[in-house]
Design a protein around this ligand. Structure first.
Ligand code: FES
Length: 99
């Protein structure tokens, strides 16, 4: 379980949080929160240091792009999608279910 506050993720933004060796990207797309693995499946750069446009995050290193709502690969050079995680929001608390 990873936790964050909705105050730290205004609509149209993303953050990276780390806990227990996991790095997770949380994005707010139009008031809905989504979480995917924050480590690029290409060569391991941190996706939350990249750019978020609409529902797509672009890796800062070589430009791989993922859909933050599903973890799906939009385009490479990465070849694999990112795992996506279940997000629960209660009041201001965001909880990410990381297995
Ligand atoms: S490490 Fe992300 S595109 Fe290469």
């Amino acid at each position: 379980m990873l936790n964050a506050s909705t105050r730290d993720v205004p609509a149209g933004t993303m953050i990276g949080i780390e806990s227990e060796g996991k790095s997770v990207l949380i994005a707010n797309i139009g008031g809905k929160y989504y979480a995917i693995n924050n480590i690029c499946t290409h060569m391991g750069c941190t996706l939350s240091n990249g750019t978020l446009k609409g529902n797509q995050v672009q890796c800062p290193c070589h430009g791989s792009t993922f859909d933050v709502t599903t973890g799906g690969l939009v385009h490479g050079p990465a070849k694999k999608p990112e795992p996506s995680y279940k997000v629960t929001v209660e009041d201001e608390n965001i909880t990410v279910d990381v297995p």
